[in-house]
Design a protein around this ligand. Structure first.
Ligand code: SPD
Length: 283
């Protein structure tokens, strides 16, 4: 590739969110266009089909918030499913927990995994070699359908925004299947879009999860390279959630090693629902 720097923008509702840098790879897979750019401040950054996914500088804002509220509260040896997550950030956070016995990573686009391993190695780093990890190049919706009842303790949905091929990951039927394959106290943790730039989708995810699960709770924080910056993650379960308990010494060590997440941060983030979202959910 060339040494010339260029602007790559995510276009969203008449705004654009761009990074300037050198393009390291630009490739169209069976599913999408994949770009890795190297920016002076954010480091290497991944864009899929015109949407920023992650960057070396801000990946922890996203992946730590998706993973730690769920895993820091688990009690037993657990089986984990990650749907999407081909950049490796979610597995990196999961492998920190010795109580995880198995991690199935189900990513539909093998090219995302290959490109992330090659160009964004720092994100997944050693987690790619973890013996508990099994990588499945498969459609997450089909994977969930063929999984037996009560199989996983935690499911992470680390998807892109809704699109032609990811739409079903936001559907009522898919969330119901997730509930079926979770253990009774299992936790579904999903990125739930932005209350600002993807407000309608965000509200829809929250309402759907509330209807299907006994409890669901949403936390808000920032992902600097995403449209509008504010982002959300929602956690749902068929039993009461107690995401603020930290069960064992290992969690305290994990907390110390995090760049963004800690228990105080988490507790505040679960109280950050903007009032306009509160009102719409109540209406
Ligand atoms: N607008 C971008 C939403 C993408 C959320 N998933 C990011 C994947 C990072 N593992």
């Amino acid at each position: 590739m060339t040494n010339i720097t260029t602007w790559i923008d995510e276009y969203h509702k008449g705004s654009r969110f761009g990074l300037n840098g050198k393009i390291l790879i630009k490739k169209t897979s069976k599913y999408q266009e994949i770009i890795v750019i190297e920016n002076e401040y954010y480091g290497k950054a991944l864009m899929l089909d015109g949407c920023w996914m992650t960057s070396l500088k801000d990946d922890k804002y996203y992946h730590e918030c998706l993973v730690h509220p769920a895993l820091s509260s688990i009690d037993e040896k657990s089986n984990v499913l990650i749907i999407g997550g081909g950049d490796g950030g979610t597995i990196r956070e999961c492998v920190k927990y010795s109580r995880i016995s198995k991690i199935d990573l189900v990513e539909i686009d093998e090219e995302v995994i290959k490109i992330s391993k090659k160009f964004l190695r720092e994100i997944g780093s050693e987690a790619w070699n973890d013996k508990r990890l099994e990588i499945h190049v498969d459609d997450g919706v089909k994977w969930v359908k063929k999984t037996r009842d009560n199989f996983y303790d935690v499911i992470f949905i680390d998807s892109s925004d809704p699109s032609e091929f990811s739409n079903l990951l936001f559907s009522d039927s898919f969330y119901k299947e997730c509930k079926r394959i979770l253990t009774p106290s299992g936790i579904l943790a999903t990125q739930s879009e932005s209350p600002e730039s993807f407000k309608n989708i965000h509200i829809n995810i929250l309402k759907t999860l509330k209807n299907i699960f006994k409890v669901s709770e949403t936390m808000y924080s920032f992902v600097p390279i995403y449209p509008s910056g504010i982002w959300s993650w929602t956690f749902a379960s068929s039993e009461n959630l107690n995401l603020s308990k930290q069960n064992y010494d290992e969690v305290l060590k994990i907390e110390k090693g995090c760049e963004i997440w800690n228990l105080d941060f988490q507790n505040a983030a679960f109280k950050m629902m903007p009032n306009k979202i509160v009102k719409e959910l109540d209406s």
